[in-house]
Design a protein around this ligand. Structure first.
Ligand code: SF4
Ligand code: MG
Length: 284
């Protein structure tokens, strides 16, 4: 059950994405998966490289399009544990339309966002997660747009599993990913994953000072949606742990009437080899 491969990540030393990779690999093993059970689909960005760093099926998609690919994959072969992964720019800017509708659709996949509040791969521009006043080469006088709060957004559009964690909290992050995988339906996990090169504001120390960890709150009930929204509002979204889970939620697959027992990818082709060769020759 070794999910490590021999590819050496080319992230900057200290990048938060290293721990996200380690947590993912541990979580897969902890829930009893084998490498051939897992498919990781990523978008574009520094974090998008993650699909190449895990000993499992990997698909490096196009910018903001990891989710449609991941949902298609799951519907074609629901025996696979499908993970979509990418950055905040990928998921909450160009890919936001897909994110919102994937949450509503509730296909049983897990979406892990490595949120560093900046565009790292393109050398440091303001992202939809950058805070007001954030100065980069794209906003030299400071951002004048409000940052998206992905957790509140997800709750508003009906998410069944909403969690947040910090890349340096390997224990919590691993557990949250395990729970996300086990949840029946779409799981959104936003991970604060500092960009040590282009974000000098939201650093490891900054998060340590600002985060409210739900694991320290004995009275917190993740089944209570209003409590979740209230907590997020109280702490400006900087809350880690399982924020909300609806254990009764039914996945898209469960809702489709007559969805065949055998996954599409394992059904017999309806054509024989001669017909197949003829078809290929036609397109050659
Ligand atoms: Fe990580 Fe930032 Fe370096 Fe990209 S630029 S690898 S996000 S530290
Ligand atoms: Mg980013």
């Amino acid at each position: 059950k070794d999910f490590r491969n021999k590819v050496k990540p080319n992230w900057c030393p200290g990048c938060g994405d290293f721990s996200v990779l380690a947590a993912m690999q541990r979580a897969f093993a902890n829930v009893g998966l084998e490498p051939h059970d897992v498919a990781i689909v990523s978008g574009i960005g520094c974090s998008g490289r993650i699909s190449g760093y895990v000993n499992a099926y990997g698909f490096h998609g196009v910018h903001g399009r990891a989710l449609p690919i991941a949902q298609g994959l799951k519907l074609a072969n629901r025996d696979l544990t499908v993970i979509a992964a990418g950055g905040d720019g990928d998921g909450f800017a160009i890919g936001m339309g897909h994110t919102v509708h994937a949450i509503r659709r509730n296909v049983d996949i897990t979406y892990i966002v490595m949120d560093n509040q900046v565009y790292g791969l393109t050398k440091g521009q303001t992202s939809p997660r950058s805070e007001m006043g954030f100065k980069t080469k794209s906003t030299p006088n400071g951002s004048i747009e409000a940052a998206i709060n992905p957790m509140e957004m997800a709750l508003t559009v009906g998410a069944g599993f909403v969690a947040q964690s910090m890349s340096s909290d390997l224990k919590q992050l691993t557990r949250v990913i395990e729970e996300g995988i086990k949840h029946k339906g779409f799981s959104l996990i936003n991970v604060y994953s500092p960009c040590v090169t282009y974000n000098k504001i939201n650093t490891y120390d900054w998060f340590k000072e600002h985060i409210f960890n739900l694991d320290d709150d004995k009275d917190y009930d993740p089944a209570n949606r209003s409590m979740a929204i209230q907590k997020l509002m109280e702490h400006n979204g900087l809350v880690t742990g399982i924020i909300y889970q609806n254990k009764e939620s039914k996945s898209y697959e469960e809702m489709i009437k007559g969805f065949k027992e055998t996954p599409l990818s394992k059904q017999d082709l309806l054509i024989n080899k001669d017909q197949f060769d003829k078809l290929v020759a036609e397109f050659a």
